[in-house]
Write a protein that binds this ligand. Structure first.
Ligand code: BGC
Length: 737
């Protein structure tokens, strides 16, 4: 990398150029004043810039940076992926890793796990910690979090997102973003919008209704903008209603920058820009990653060929585009700089600290979901004479490697096997791989040297010798698994795992499983195993967190952030066939409309294998005394739900009380019920706690296509309170007047 490009000028130097009589530290001012003074500074900078300099600020100068204006001390902007860790340095002008030795980081759990924790406080700690690591690595923009709604379990990128429910995703993303931005590092929420599959992602045109758009696919972005004040947002690859989403008249110009009043920077996804005029007019501010036409190898500076480069400059010069258009972009880019790289006393960040590892472990512990526990298979006690066979490639495979742009280079990654070995001191842990699927980036195993049949035989023999078999299976981060760039091709477990599970069961009936995925999978093998734990991709502390839960040191409290269908066709997105998913190669229609995830299962009365919001504990909780403050509300009231939770088991633990609301006899199509509030409560064994969950009536509005606005329907509603979308303890009728 060319380090001479990386200058950080002293602000004082910059400001002596301006007409300000006094420079006051941003940090000392109340935020409004501070925002005003930033705008004034920007007002004074804009006239000093030439058109060429302004245009140069609107597109990349390397894979992950943009140009500053050296003569004025305007810095570059440096960005990095991604949602669950700061990615290793990439080369200046190619996708190769730069090969630095000081860029290894803490890998936090992938975002499905964070969503499964149902704990916004953890999201805040996650954001703060990853922001500190980004700052240490001198990044101004962290390219995450991702909030695209989980529409189909085949989407190769679901693991990077926050599940299928817009309320859950919104509730978790806001503290994450605030946490990151506390470090004077911008979060960049992505991918705006309707990027719900990887297959054909660069060309597919999504057709969805206004209701699906506003009620399902946009709320988490809106919360990021309006509740978290996110400073950057990334466009998506796909089209919506015939236009590329990165420079979309309705999405970017009208909704994001108009209706929502977004004042941050719109950054393209890498190569998602397709047109100079649309990009200029519809509100793209910063173009990244465009491949143009392969000029990278044949010209001195192929970045000049970006849509927001020479062609943009030409259109500005000949008057096809007004200068105010580029001024608005530069204003936003400068605003981003004042919030990040130009912020006084910005701090230095920190990396790989114990505190970060602790946060990573806590998120992992709280996100792990216990799905099945027959005969109390879990927890497995550590005792003399016990032999536990930990079987499966996923017991040792790096899961921070692969997966696409969210791939990480952690300082260390504790595998499930390593975690079990460190935790179990009395019991004997034995291991066999069972199958091998090719190397992950950091593996030093050469697959051609491994014979699949021998691996299988060895695993069966190992299972025979054990008292308990813990099979660690699932997906991995290879292409066509949980990986960016394309979707899974089948809902089943790959690599003949179903057959393998049968073979293990045949030699050892004491069989449990850790399911390492970021997606639901088909589970025809479920009856063969007694215990099943969904472990997600847990990052650096994976093995420790897994051993914490398996051993019972930690009582599982995660809940599924998406529905686990029995069959692929049971999902709303797949019910209508190829027109709905994956489309015909050109178009796709979101025919299930607003009935995404559990909204579909509930409303269509289809039983999922595991429902949204479901997750077991080693304790038993009961919810009682469920009531609302009154049963008649005005539209500007808040519904106050209260209840008492008791931990009846022998383990301290946590339960997630979930409140859903449904409208009886609506004039428009409705889901049976929708999540509107939740509260995760920790309760010691034998203890009781009373909690409140507030639901503003305004959040019960639906998006009226007639009015093109939100509307609260008056009349009868039902409040559902329980600990899973399919386990409702009590329903309460209310009336909105
Ligand atoms: C991904 C983005 C990522 C970018 C930069 C793209 O392919 O879609 O999520 O931030 O690359 O790596």
């Amino acid at each position: 990398m060319n380090i001479t490009f990386k200058y950080h000028y002293n602000l004082a130097l910059l400001f002596t150029l301006f007409t300000f009589s006094s420079i006051i530290s941003q940090n000392e001012l109340p935020s409004n004043t501070s925002a005003n003074s930033i705008e004034k500074k920007i007002d004074s900078i804009l006239p000093l810039l030439s058109l060429e300099e302004k245009v140069a600020m609107c597109h990349a100068q390397s894979k992950f940076s943009t140009k500053g204006v050296e003569r004025l001390g305007i810095p570059e902007i440096w960005m990095s992926d991604g949602p669950h860790g700061v990615r290793a340095e990439i080369s200046w002008d190619s996708w190769d890793y730069a090969g630095w030795t000081n860029d290894s980081i803490t890998a936090f759990p992938a975002l499905t796990c964070l969503a499964a924790s149902f704990n916004p406080n953890l999201a805040s700690q996650f954001g703060k910690s990853i922001g500190e690591e980004a700052l240490y690595r001198e990044k101004d923009v962290l390219l995450g979090p991702g909030v695209n709604i989980y529409r189909t379990p085949l989407n190769g990128r679901n693991f990077e997102y926050l599940g299928e429910d817009p309320y859950l995703a919104s509730t978790m993303v806001v503290p994450y973003i605030k946490g990151v931005q506390k470090n004077n590092v911008a979060a960049c929420v992505k991918h705006f919008a309707l990027n719900n599959q990887e297959h054909w992602r660069s060309t597919i045109n999504v057709e969805a209704s206004d209701r699906a758009l506003h009620e399902i696919y946009l709320p988490a972005f809106k919360a990021a903008v309006q509740d978290a004040d996110v400073w950057a947002i990334m466009g998506a690859y796909n089209k919506f209603r015939g236009q590329y989403t990165t420079h979309h008249e309705l999405l970017t110009k009208t909704i994001l920058k108009g209706d929502w009043g977004y004042d941050g920077v719109v950054i393209s996804d890498w190569s998602s820009t397709h047109d100079t005029m649309e990009a200029a007019i519809n509100g793209l501010d910063l173009e990244m990653g465009t491949g143009t036409d392969g000029l990278g190898t044949t010209t001195s500076n192929h970045y000049d060929y970006y849509y927001l480069a020479s062609a943009f400059l030409k259109a500005l010069k000949n008057g096809d585009i007004k200068e105010s258009v580029v001024d608005d972009k530069v204003r936003r880019i400068l605003r981003l700089m004042f919030r990040t790289t130009l912020k006084q006393n910005r701090g230095f960040g920190r990396i790989n600290t114990k505190a970060h590892h602790d946060v990573a472990r806590s998120v992992a512990q709280e996100g792990i979901v216990l799905l099945k526990n027959e005969n109390n298979f879990f927890p497995i006690e550590d005792k003399e004479g016990l032999t536990i066979a930990v079987i499966g490639e996923n017991a040792t495979r790096s899961m921070t490697a692969g997966g696409g742009s969210s791939e990480l280079k952690p300082q260390f990654e504790i595998s499930p096997l390593e975690g079990m070995k460190q935790r179990y001191k009395k019991a004997k842990i034995i291991h066999a791989m069972g199958y091998h699927t090719g190397p992950s980036v950091y593996d030093d195993i050469i697959p051609s040297k491994l014979n699949q049949d021998s691996l299988r035989v060895q695993a069966i023999e190992t299972a025979k010798k054990a008292d308990i078999v813990l099979y660690v299976g699932g997906l991995n981060k290879s292409h066509l698994q949980d990986c960016e760039g394309d979707d899974r091709q089948s809902y089943e477990l790959p690599y003949n795992q179903e057959e393998f599970i049968g073979q293990l069961k045949a030699v050892n009936p004491n069989l449990g499983m850790l399911l390492v995925t970021g997606n639901a999978v088909e589970t025809p093998w479920l009856s063969k195993i007694d215990g099943l734990i969904q472990t997600w991709y847990l990052g650096s502390m994976a093995g420790h967190a897994i051993a914490d839960v398996v051993s019972g040191d930690v009582n599982p409290s995660g809940k599924l952030p998406f529905s686990f269908a029995k069959k692929l066709k049971d999902n709303g997105a797949h019910f209508y066939g190829e027109t709905s998913y994956p489309g015909d190669g050109t178009n796709q229609h979101y025919k299930e409309d607003i009935l995404v995830g559990y909204r579909w299962f509930d409303t269509k009365k289809i039983e999922p294998q595991y429902a949204f919001g479901y997750g077991l504990s080693y304790s038993e909780f009961s919810i009682s005394n469920i009531k609302t403050n009154t049963n008649k509300f005005n539209t500007n009231d808040t519904i106050k739900v209260s209840c008492t939770i008791k931990n009846n088991g022998n383990y301290d633990g946590a339960e997630v009380v979930q409140v859903y609301v449904g409208k009886k006899k609506s004039k428009v199509k409705r889901a049976l019920k929708e999540l509107k509030g939740f509260n995760k409560v920790s309760i010691q064994s034998g203890n009781t706690k009373t909690i409140n969950i507030d639901i503003p009536v305004s959040t019960l509005a639906y998006y009226s296509e007639d009015k093109s606005d939100w509307d609260i329907e008056k009349g009868d509603y039902i409040i559902y309170v329980g600990n899973a979308s399919n386990n409702i303890t009590k329903t309460l009728p209310i009336i909105i007047k």
